[in-house]
Design a protein around this ligand. Structure first.
Ligand SMILES: Nc1ncnc2c1ncn2[C@@H]1O[C@H](COP(=O)(O)OP(=O)(O)OP(=O)(O)O)[C@@H](O)[C@H]1O
Ligand SMILES: [Mg+2]
Length: 335
């Protein structure tokens, strides 16, 4: 559906930011582009809707070379290719509804069709109750939802996303990614997504291209790239991936529930300290992760648990663990 051939971008100062890039992106792909800062990712993606003019090469979208489009053709391309940015690009003087309406006005929609379409879009991004709020009154995640509604306004076939989640906390990132995934499925979109967050690639992309110094150095299915990275850059990027446990901790952080790491030497099995503590302080616990290594002489390991219940009793429980010779690290204090 998108065929990029020998694409180059040389900026007026002579900097060769995108060098002979060839890529094929199929319909329905959620295609990730990763790479270190300055690799040329934004330059590349911005050429896909000609926000940035290519210096040479071709970009075929559904058989048409968009690098040849004239002014009118460009307007049609922009309808077919929606874009979301890291910094939302919302108009601060307009309400949520008017921000979305703005895109439709520019695209020449009939006045009477605009508001019904805005309502539809608000529903898709679950923001109907915020229609009259101003951007300054929204959270980062909500602003990004407005930006997504704007990108979807003209029923595009392709969505480009440049670091759309990098300003958001992990929980909000997850909800925005889920939204993108749902939208992709619901409307049969093709998504091209730039991120420096490897977990974003892992969680929603099916294919990925790795960029370095203006070139694509590796491309393939996500499973393949993660299990058998070939290029040194890819290996380095994968090494930044937070492990499952850290991710789980990030996502679990909830006010009023401490998350602690219990480190033990020897067997916990012989001593039901967890259940004793839970009963003694009338708490609930939620196990988030852990490992046990069986050494020749003993077991060592750790458990990550979330404490649920009265905050004072959570503190008492931590003290009790320590008194029972279990080392405790507080990972999140619940405040
Ligand atoms: N208008 C411009 N004029 C000259 N050089 C530019 C221009 N825009 C970007 N560059 C250079 O092109 C290179 C690629 O920039 P680009 O923004 O595409 O990188 P990126 O991969 O998106 O990086 P990041 O992850 O930091 O967003 C950088 O070295 C940048 O300095
Ligand atoms: Mg960029």
């Amino acid at each position: 559906m998108i065929k990029i051939k020998n694409l180059n971008k040389i900026y007026p100062n002579g900097f060769h930011a995108v060098q002979d890039v060839c890529l094929e992106i199929n319909e329905g792909d959620i295609f990730g582009i990763i790479g270190l800062s300055g690799a040329g990712k934004s330059s590349l993606i911005r050429m896909l809707n000609r926000l940035e003019e290519p210096s040479s090469g071709s970009i075929m979208i559904e058989g048409k070379d968009i690098t040849l489009a004239d002014k009118k053709g460009l307007l049609n391309i922009r309808k077919d290719v929606g874009m979301i940015f890291q910094h939302f690009n919302l108009l601060s003087s307009r309400t949520v509804a008017d921000n979305i309406a703005f895109c439709l006005e520019i695209a020449g929609w009939n006045k009477k069709d605009i508001m019904p379409r805005v309502e539809e879009l608000l529903e898709v991004v679950e923001l109907s109750d915020k229609r009259n709020s101003y951007p300054s009154q929204l959270s980062g995640g909500q602003k990004q939802r407005v930006a997504i509604a704007r990108a979807l306004a003209n029923n595009p076939k392709i969505i480009l996303s440049d670091e759309a989640t990098s300003a958001l906390d992990p929980k909000t990132t997850k909800s925005i990614l889920n939204l993108l995934k749902d939208i992709q499925k619901k409307f049969g979109l093709t998504v091209v997504l730039i991120t420096h967050q490897m977990e974003v690639i892992r969680d929603i992309c099916n294919k990925v291209a790795v960029m370095s110094n203006g070139k694509i150095v590796e491309t393939g299915g996500v499973h393949h790239i993660f299990s058998e990275p070939q290029n040194e850059i890819t290996k380095e990027l994968i090494s930044y991936l937070p492990n499952e446990e850290e991710k789980e901790i990030e996502l679990s952080k909830t006010k009023g529930k401490k998350i602690i790491k219990l480190i033990f030497l020897g067997s916990l099995a012989g001593d039901p300290i967890l259940s004793r503590t839970v009963k003694k302080f009338d708490l609930d616990i939620n196990v988030l992760g852990g490992t046990v290594n069986v050494l020749s002489t003993m077991q060592v390991g750790h458990l990550i648990v979330e404490l649920i219940g009265d905050m004072k009793k959570q503190d008492d429980a931590i003290e009790f663990f320590e008194d029972s010779d279990v080392k405790v690290e507080v990972l999140y204090n619940g405040i």
